[in-house]
Design a protein around this ligand. Sequence first.
Ligand SMILES: N[C@@H](CCC(=O)N[C@@H](CSC=O)C(=O)NCC(=O)O)C(=O)O
Length: 283
Amino acid sequence: MSTINVISTSKCFGGDQLVISHDSTSLGCKMKFSIFLPPKSKDGKCPVLYFLSGLTCDEQVFINKGGAQKAAATYGIIIVGPDTSPRGCNIEGETDDWDFGVGAGFYLDATQEKWKKNYNMHTYVTQELPCFVNANFPAIPDRVAISGYSMGGHGALMLALRNPGMYRSVSAFAPICNPMNCPWGKKAFSGYLGPDIETWKEWDATELVAKYKGPPLMFLIDQGKEDQYYKEKQLLPENLTNACLANKFQCITRYQEGYDHSFYFVKTFIEEHIKHHSEILNS
Ligand SMILES: N[C@@H](CCC(=O)N[C@@H](CSC=O)C(=O)NCC(=O)O)C(=O)O
């Protein structure tokens, strides 16, 4: 287990907003993550919500723009916000594009030679980070939820489908729903996974719904109707809805009038998502 380094700690709604760094073995670099500790965690262990951010984000964006701390304090939920990719690995071209490489890890484990040593965000978020959080913070290891936004929304759905039983509750804001059929996803999957489209299906939530064999699970998804990336067909929520209908997988997708693809949209509905997770995590 790597050493914990507390970068910052700030009192917030009676709890504490921390930023932590540690050496990651699965990613082969130093990683930062945010963790909000609600006031209730001073008296005992609390459930945990992992929140995965989108393209171009680091561990700072959600804690500064997401507006989640008040609800997390109210409902007694710890929120962990990992970074979106490894950083500083000196891979040629990793900072050339905003939608691939640094800031765009897509929460998968890369198989291509150039990326596979470092771009293992699936292993990091599902294994290494929870071990580290559970060892260092008052988290209840088997009361865990996951949510995310855009690329991170897909990460939340896909991680829950690939890891049955790991997450009791799942939600997403404007998720990329079917990456192998949208420009962002095609670029990322061909870069990290190579040209064989069959291997892409293992990392695509819309494909994985049909294979899910775990305990009953439901998705809560909010999608803005004025979202520019929705209109450009980067998100494809209808493809996920159709897959869920075909496979009797419960998915509530709420199309929200007037909202675009921004953190103004996320912060509008974050309290409802945290309340939703709290009800399931505490049941
Ligand atoms: N190229 C732009 C836009 C990138 C962008 O919109 N990123 C979103 C997530 S999109 C899907 O994953 C985001 O979270 N941006 C951070 C923010 O502060 O809004 C750019 O470089 O900003």
